[in-house]
Design a binder for this molecule. Structure first.
Ligand code: HEC
Ligand code: HEC
Length: 245
């Protein structure tokens, strides 16, 4: 799969970001930092970055310096293989790892404003850079596990992710256009949420729509799905923080 994507030439690459099919208004909102509501979180993240915290009373900046340099390209290659745990780890969990072990502070709760803010701030440093997730050969079995979840039928409607996002992408479901589901812009500001939200939240939304029991944020299944989707989007530009309908 990855080899196949890498060998696709620009002219035969049919992958599209949801951005390409959004209205002009929503695209303009994403493109202009002043108009993008996610900028509020990015600014909060910048403040948190240099704020001492925890028993260590150290800030992210104390160790990582200027995020524009140290965090450039980082979000574009997550999830990465975590050798200590022998499995992939997503960006939010990686940030929380520093939070707990380096700052010696309690972990941020999933979907909390602070965790979204720091993730958006770190992600913003990769804006425009190509996604590189999945390079590490140790990730291969987990990418495959994610692909199997993506293609497996589940829930009361007996749907798979692939039925919508591979086989019916570009068609309409009620008023919504079914995108190809490339996770190029997370965390996203979703107009329907009136808030920033993580990729895990987006996936849980889709699972609820399938009348399936949503996987928990941070579970092996969600991380495998995130990894598969990011690896499938390899080479596409990072849009973080994106705006979505
Ligand atoms: C006391 C020093 C220290 C502090 C404070 C610290 N980190 Fe880290 N961080 C590290 C080190 C060292 C690594 C990489 C090595 C390791 O942990 O294996 C790292 C790795 C990371 C990575 C992964 C980078 C990559 O290339 O994959 C991210 C993201 C990160 N830190 C974010 C943060 C954030 C956000 C904060 C503040 C909430 C923070 N760190 C606080 C020392 C620190
Ligand atoms: C019944 C069709 C359907 C199924 C099944 C479905 N989705 Fe979606 N998905 C959508 C639609 C429609 C959207 C666009 C957002 C909206 O308006 O709801 C979307 C959005 C997304 C996005 C956001 C893309 C972006 O640009 O941010 C991702 C990622 C995604 N889906 C992944 C999945 C995964 C993974 C599964 C399986 C667990 C899945 N979806 C199952 C219809 C579906």
């Amino acid at each position: 799969m990855l080899v196949l994507l890498d060998s696709l030439s620009a002219t035969t690459d049919t992958r599209r970001s949801t951005y390409d099919d959004m209205s002009r208004d929503i695209r303009a909102m994403q493109d202009d930092d002043m108009a993008n509501p996610a900028s509020l979180w990015v600014n909060d993240g910048a403040a948190l970055w240099s704020q001492p915290a925890g028993a260590a009373q150290m800030s992210c900046a104390d160790c990582h310096g200027d995020a524009a340099t140290s965090m450039k390209g980082v979000a574009a290659r997550y999830p990465v293989f975590d050798a200590a745990r022998g499995k992939p780890v997503g960006l939010e969990a990686r940030i929380n790892h520093c939070r707990k072990t380096r700052q010696q502070a309690p972990a941020f709760a999933p979907e909390s404003r602070d965790l979204l803010a720091l993730t958006a701030f770190v992600g913003r440093q990769s804006r425009g850079l190509p996604i590189t997730t999945g390079d590490d050969p140790r990730l291969a079995p987990f990418v495959e596990a994610g692909r199997m979840i993506f293609e497996r039928r589940q829930g009361q409607l007996n749907l798979s992710c692939a039925i919508c996002h591979d086989h019916n992408a570009g068609k309409r479901l009620a008023s919504a256009l079914i995108p190809q589901a490339h996770p190029t812009g997370y965390p996203i500001y979703r107009l329907e949420w009136q808030s920033l939200g993580s990729l895990a939240r987006r996936l849980r939304n889709c699972m609820a729509g399938m009348r399936a029991a949503p996987y928990a944020t941070g579970s092996d299944e969600i991380v495998a799905l995130e990894l598969f989707l990011m690896a499938r989007a390899r080479g596409m530009a990072t849009e973080t923080p994106a705006v979505r309908p």
